[in-house]
Design a protein. Sequence first.
Length: 304
Amino acid sequence: MIETRFRYNQSFDSVYAMVPSSMALLLGLIPAILMALAIVREKELGSITNLYVTPVTRTEFLFGKQLPYIAVSMVSFLVLVLMALLIFRVPLKGSVAPLLLGALLYVTATTGIGMLASAFARMQIAALFGTAILTRVIGIQFSGMLTPVSSLRGVGAIMGEAFPMTYFLRNQHRHLHQGIGLRGPRSEPRSACRLHPGAQPGESLAAPPAGAVRGVLQLSSIFWLGIKELRSFARDPVLVALVVWSFSFSIVTIAQSNFQELRDASIAIVDEDHSELSRRIAHAFLPPYFRPPEPIAKRDVDHR
């Protein structure tokens, strides 16, 4: 006998699809908005002009702005994973390291989207709406949440393949409940070290002192800019509360409110037989899958 079954999620539990998708949407929306607001706020208040008289370079300024929100996003991702495992019982069948690496690359890309949006916005409200529309529309419509990317055509397919949420969703499903990473081919370990082409054993490969001092100064500038940004973020209790709610209670609400299983379906029956068998059929539609059937007349049926 031939039986059709799902390869993954044989019980067809919606939580296995809703939780990873909600995580991807939140990590694509909130970090991008925070990043855009962080830079546009400096331009709107005029405090960014203070950096023109400092030795801080543009690269150091951007890294100092971006790294704190990458750190906040990674902490939020870990909280979301723990909630998925402990509250929703989504199994972790794959490897942890690729899951973390994929999340790190994803939040780096989404904060980069916010940074790109901040280059065109002059006011915080414009940065907020622009970033939200960009991430939500592309993320929901073209990243595989509603329609598989392989089924898209034209401009939608190009946006789906270019948007980072597409690959993060695949990574989430592979290493959460599918576990493909454990069965996939593993390459042989490679050495991460190699000698300089012109170096001989025993020779020193130390960087020039001037370059080392400059590198330390750059890292110090990025570090203190990041600390300044975290303090600015912490001084806004409404924004902190929004982030905490988004990465905790909202995902619980989304996962528990949206179901793909049949639940409380309305049904109407036209019983022209009025036999014992027809009554048994009507009473076979049981809760919680169906609501009590409503008997209607044949003339009430829409024949269009």
